[in-house]
Design a protein around this ligand. Structure first.
Ligand SMILES: NC(=O)c1ccc[n+]([C@@H]2O[C@H](COP(=O)([O-])OP(=O)(O)OC[C@H]3O[C@@H](n4cnc5c(N)ncnc54)[C@H](O)[C@@H]3O)[C@@H](O)[C@H]2O)c1
Length: 276
């Protein structure tokens, strides 16, 4: 018996890297998985492999996100887990002194507005099921900053963290848990030349700018995408995990940084303090 038996999970960015590894793990735990991605070459491949459903989506586009959930509902009859994971970090997002408004906005759209859209249109599906779990992928840079600046990316991930805390507070009583994941450097298509990847051979070849990849992180170890889903944070998709936690997944810099579980008293206290 799997921990996610009878659960339906929508995973964005599931054609590659962390999302793909998570799709495999969730399927192995019994979930019906929707592989949601813009990439309609690798997406269908992973969906076939895990007996899931591929849905092509642009997470930065409102209509596309609504259509993704409609299709999921049509095929599986409901949704229990949203893993909002798709993200980009393009080369033209760099120092604040050189990053243009176009690059800034593109990264905000794909990394932050997407999480807003996926939560906004996904939460009603969880409410209809009487609860569920949301996992938003942020990054360690939201907490630490990046040794090599990627200003819009870091700001977008800070936004994901803050939004996750607020949603966790708002929806806790509806049995919807919201947690944010802060991975350290993973060897993936996004960071193909990430250093210190041990014996792992990156399937994506060399990055166009390996120096940038190498200096981006101040962490001394780089993880493999498939090692992340084995960490405790992935258990947040299960039914008894708490909400409003920030799970940091660093190779060696940190273990797992967590805020304590929230009791009803905590929630009341926080609402009182904020006059709600
Ligand atoms: N790899 C790392 O070191 C690292 C570290 C911290 C956080 N993260 C975050 O983890 C998440 C996954 O990263 P990854 O390294 O696995 O990346 P990846 O590039 O391997 O996978 C990202 C996936 O998102 C998809 N995608 C991109 N834009 C999209 C869009 N507009 N609509 C739909 N799909 C889109 C891509 O097609 C790709 O399949 C991202 O949010 C990233 O910011 C990664």
């Amino acid at each position: 018996m799997g921990r996610l038996d009878n659960k339906v999970a929508v995973i964005t960015g599931a054609a590659s890297g962390i999302g793909r590894a998570t799709a495999r793990k969730f399927a192995a735990e019994g979930a019906s998985v929707v592989v949601a991605d813009f990439d309609d070459v690798h997406g269908p491949e992973i969906a076939n492999e895990i007996n899931g459903l591929f849905v092509k989506v642009n997470v930065a586009d409102e209509k596309s996100v609504v259509a993704m959930y409609d299709k999921t509902h049509e095929v599986f009859g409901g949704i229990d887990i949203l893993f909002n994971n798709a993200g980009i970090s393009p080369a033209d997002d760099d120092s604040i002194l050189t990053t243009g408004l176009d690059a800034w906005k593109r990264v905000q759209d794909v990394n932050l507005t997407s999480v807003y859209l996926c939560c906004r249109f996904g939460i009603p599906h969880l409410q209809a099921r009487g609860g569920g779990s949301i996992i938003n992928t942020a990054s360690f840079v939201a907490v630490l900053g990046s040794a090599t600046s990627q200003i819009s990316y870091t700001a977008s991930k800070g936004g994901v963290l803050a939004m996750s805390r607020e949603l966790a507070m708002q929806f806790a009583r509806e049995k919807i848990r919201v947690n944010a994941l802060c991975p350290g450097s993973n060897c993936s298509r996004r960071t193909p030349s990430a250093p210190h990847a041990g014996s792992y051979t990156c399937p994506w070849g060399d990055s166009a700018n390996p120096k940038r990849s190498r200096t981006r992180s101040c962490s001394s170890r780089v993880m493999r995408p498939h090692s992340s889903p084995r960490r405790r944070s992935w258990s947040t998709a299960g039914s008894r995990a708490p909400t409003s936690r920030r799970c940091s997944l660093h190779g060696s810099l940190f273990g797992i940084a967590r805020t304590p579980p929230l009791s009803d008293d905590d929630l009341d206290g926080r609402r009182d303090r904020h006059g709600q």
